[in-house]
Design a binder for this molecule. Structure first.
Ligand code: 13P
Length: 249
């Protein structure tokens, strides 16, 4: 059985005081779903968030990391450093990292390896741009991102991978993929996994949807059979909205 997951990607928002405040608000929320809840604060607040939440059922993950273990990579953070502050999971391949920081499939494959070597799990993001969808090549684009980033893995390593389909045109735009578009893509992704790895990996891998998920649309998107939860940006910055989405599963 694959896990249901709702993860909040805080992006470059919230200083330490704001992080403390949002975590306090999150702890006050009522939980009526059994989805695994995760939050991804910025690097400087991971240690605080880990400390504040380590006795809770909320997992704290990082938004990015470097593939090297250590060395002359000014400004970067390694898997070992994340582990040393209690972090066991990392988001990799977000479209903002790909677009603004020129992260390539090859770099992401190395980052995935570094995470797994350090016994971390990965939320691996991918998604097509609007032009790709208009031209009808959205499935090709997504398939190649998944193949190039992840298909070097052994089937046994997939238990450490969560997929997040985030169409770039739906991120922060208020325009969500329709529940049918999300379902179609998630079913396609599962098919791609099945062809390469067989039924068990395809059925047991959680595939999250991300892109303008809000309390008002979460339930309909999550009701689709191949949508196993969400990666939430803007709406994760308000505890009530985030938990309305968590409880929509
Ligand atoms: P929004 O929910 O703000 O569209 O962001 C989605 C996202 O990029 C999560 O990683």
């Amino acid at each position: 059985m694959r896990r249901k997951i709702v993860a909040g990607n805080w992006k470059m928002n919230n200083d330490l005081t704001e992080t403390e405040g949002l975590i306090t608000d999150i702890k006050k929320q009522q939980r009526t779903s059994d989805a695994q809840v995760m939050i991804a604060p910025t690097f400087t607040n991971l240690w605080h968030a880990y400390q504040a939440l380590r006795l809770s059922d909320i997992e704290v993950v990082a938004q990015n990391m470097h593939f090297a273990e250590s060395g002359a990579y000014t400004g970067e953070v390694s898997a070992g450093m994340l582990k040393s502050v209690g972090i066991n999971g990392v988001i990799l391949g977000h479209s903002e990292r790909r677009a603004y920081f020129k992260e390539t499939d090859e770099m992401l494959a190395e980052k995935v390896n570094a995470a797994l070597e350090n016994e971390m799990f990965v939320i691996f993001c991918f998604g097509e741009e609007l032009d790709d969808r208009k031209a009808g090549r959205h499935e090709q684009v997504v398939e190649s991102q998944i193949k190039n980033g992840l298909f070097h893995l052994q089937a046994s390593q997939w238990k450490h991978i969560v997929l997040a389909y985030e169409p770039v045109w739906a991120i922060g735009t208020g325009e969500t993929a329709s529940p049918e578009q999300a379902q179609d893509m998630h079913a396609f992704i599962r098919q791609v996994l099945e062809t390469k790895y067989g039924n068990a990996v395809a059925e047991n891998t959680s595939i999250l949807y991300g892109g303008s998920v809000k309390p008002a649309n979460a339930e309909e998107i999550f009701s689709k059979p191949d949508v196993d939860g969400g990666l939430i940006g803007g709406a994760a910055l308000k505890a009530e909205d985030f938990y309305a989405i968590v409880n929509a599963i």
